[in-house]
Design a protein around this ligand. Structure first.
Ligand SMILES: NC(=O)c1ccc[n+]([C@@H]2O[C@H](COP(=O)([O-])OP(=O)(O)OC[C@H]3O[C@@H](n4cnc5c(N)ncnc54)[C@H](OP(=O)(O)O)[C@@H]3O)[C@@H](O)[C@H]2O)c1
Length: 245
């Protein structure tokens, strides 16, 4: 993989890890793959937009994260499974001296997670549900009884900054959010996002599933890094308004 910016270089796996490492402390990064026209799915899934390089970066971001945060819509559409020790991500995490597994935290206002799903029953690091007090109490209890760590953050809606505080209190300071578009919109609106890591596929897709459907106001980002492989661009943007010129 080639780094085009800031300084051109060929990056091997170790170089890629360094290219995505962030300083110690709290940080929320969001990772998406999108077409040039902003589509995030082909036939309802992100897979059709990916590439070997995108999958490599997806794994590196997971390896560097303390926790993976995802909206219930995405966890369900993409068939999320727990992170396990004997997976490529687990082996990568071990090779860089991190715990082999990490929790997946599912955001769901309605506590829609199924207690019998593999994401719950197969978890080594307990799956986390980020929900609010308005979610059905029986569902929350059933999930807690199944081993899910239930974080009630807010009354009628999920308070994302509070959820990030609660995750940090559990030791999960470096958060990787894998979408989807609904959760991304809410996190940007709450000004909770530090970084967007966008894989840009050289494709035009059309259709309705976009990176963002709506936003209360435009947000400016600052480009920090660009990598390239097989025509795919991998951009790191900071949501640092003061630094975006
Ligand atoms: N290309 C990519 O990189 C990429 C990445 C991610 C997703 N996707 C695609 O995007 C599609 C899913 O889109 P989506 O907008 O439905 O995704 P989503 O944001 O993952 O899911 C929406 C659902 O998640 C919960 N949720 C999200 N934000 C919440 C918040 N702030 N508070 C409380 N609950 C919240 C709600 O669940 P409840 O209804 O249970 O309350 C909501 O209905 C899928 O087709 C997926 O393949 C693509």
């Amino acid at each position: 993989m080639r780094r085009l910016l800031p300084d051109p270089a060929e990056l091997d796996d170790a170089g890629l890890i360094e290219a995505y490492r962030v300083p110690a402390g709290r940080h929320l990064r969001v990772n998406f793959v999108a077409s040039l026209d902003g589509a995030v799915t082909v036939d309802g899934r992100s897979e059709g937009l990916g590439s070997p390089g995108d999958r490599r970066i997806f794994r590196i971001l997971r390896a560097l994260a303390d926790v993976v945060l995802v909206g219930h819509g995405t966890a369900s559409a993409e068939g999320y499974r727990p992170l396990t020790e004997d997976s490529p991500v687990g082996r990568l995490r071990t090779s860089i001296g991190r715990p082999a597994t990490a929790s997946i935290a599912v955001v769901s206002r309605r506590a829609s997670l199924d207690p019998a799903s593999g994401l719950v029953t197969g978890a080594v690091s307990p799956t986390i549900l980020v929900t609010c007090a308005a979610a059905d109490a029986d569902r929350r209890e059933a999930l807690a009884a199944a081993g899910v760590t239930v974080l009630v953050c807010g009354d009628d809606e999920v308070d994302l900054p509070l959820a990030l505080d609660r995750l940090a209190a559990l030791g999960h300071e470096q958060v990787l959010c894998e979408g989807g578009p609904g959760l991304f919109r809410d996190a940007v609106t709450a000004r909770a996002v530090d970084e967007l890591d966008l894989s840009i596929a050289p494709a035009l897709v059309g259709g309705g599933n976009r990176l963002l459907q709506d936003l209360p106001g435009a947000v400016r980002l600052a480009l920090r890094q660009v990598l390239e492989e097989d025509g795919m661009l991998f951009a790191r943007y900071a949501l640092d308004v003061a630094g975006a010129r």
